[in-house]
Ligand binder design. Sequence first.
Ligand SMILES: CC(C)(COP(=O)(O)OP(=O)(O)OC[C@H]1O[C@@H](n2cnc3c(N)ncnc32)[C@H](O)[C@@H]1OP(=O)(O)O)[C@@H](O)C(=O)NCCC(=O)NCCS
Length: 201
Amino acid sequence: MFSIQSGRVNNRSLQLRPLTIEDLEQVLPIEQRCFGGYWSQSIFETELKTKGCYYVMLQDLHNPKNILAYGGFWQIFEEAHLTTLAVDPQCQGIGLGALLLGHLMTMAQNQEAHWMTLEVRPSNQQAIKLYQRYGFAELGRRKGYYPDNEDALLFWYQNLHLAEAENCLKEHHDQCLAKLRAQGIELSLKNVAYLTQGELS
Ligand SMILES: CC(C)(COP(=O)(O)OP(=O)(O)OC[C@H]1O[C@@H](n2cnc3c(N)ncnc32)[C@H](O)[C@@H]1OP(=O)(O)O)[C@@H](O)C(=O)NCCC(=O)NCCS
């Protein structure tokens, strides 16, 4: 089991790979803990089968049943819309969310997105800090967007297609890997760069 005890990560190898329907058994409890079960099995299944939807996850390389984080986006012409991003609460705060977000942005870049948008709760300061750290800016507010009536802040990352963004993402990626390595975590990437979920099989 990948676990963190006294700030130290015990297991050392993580794999980043596309999310599949077989992974949902492990993903749904994280969804429950992070968002209270906002997305059901059938919502995930629809997302995973839909063209233009891209989902990836981080798992313990030596224990594939142990999924630590997942996220994804829709690609709609020049826009990539981040639909979800979640790190198992046991593993938050060590750099996995930053790593995953950077990778999703790179995937969107590879799909020729010009910008990325997302909604976030104003109360979710942890997520807002992460997005701002990557250079996302607030674009507007959707009133009463969430089921409990909290507003959503609409954030966007402009000019994702420019070389400047590419350099920035490379820099962030190196920093993320260095931060994880300092905690004894190595990363392996598998089939994630260009594939859509439908192309996996
Ligand atoms: C938001 C979330 C994805 C961030 O992932 P994470 O792995 O915990 O974050 P990281 O360790 O990669 O930290 C990235 C940045 O986030 C911010 N951050 C992380 N933990 C934080 C905390 N406890 N308090 C404040 N800021 C924090 C920091 O800016 C940090 O950058 P730094 O490393 O330079 O300090 C994760 O906490 C999560 O899954 N939350 C629940 C689900 C959710 O809210 N998803 C986003 C929906 S919009």
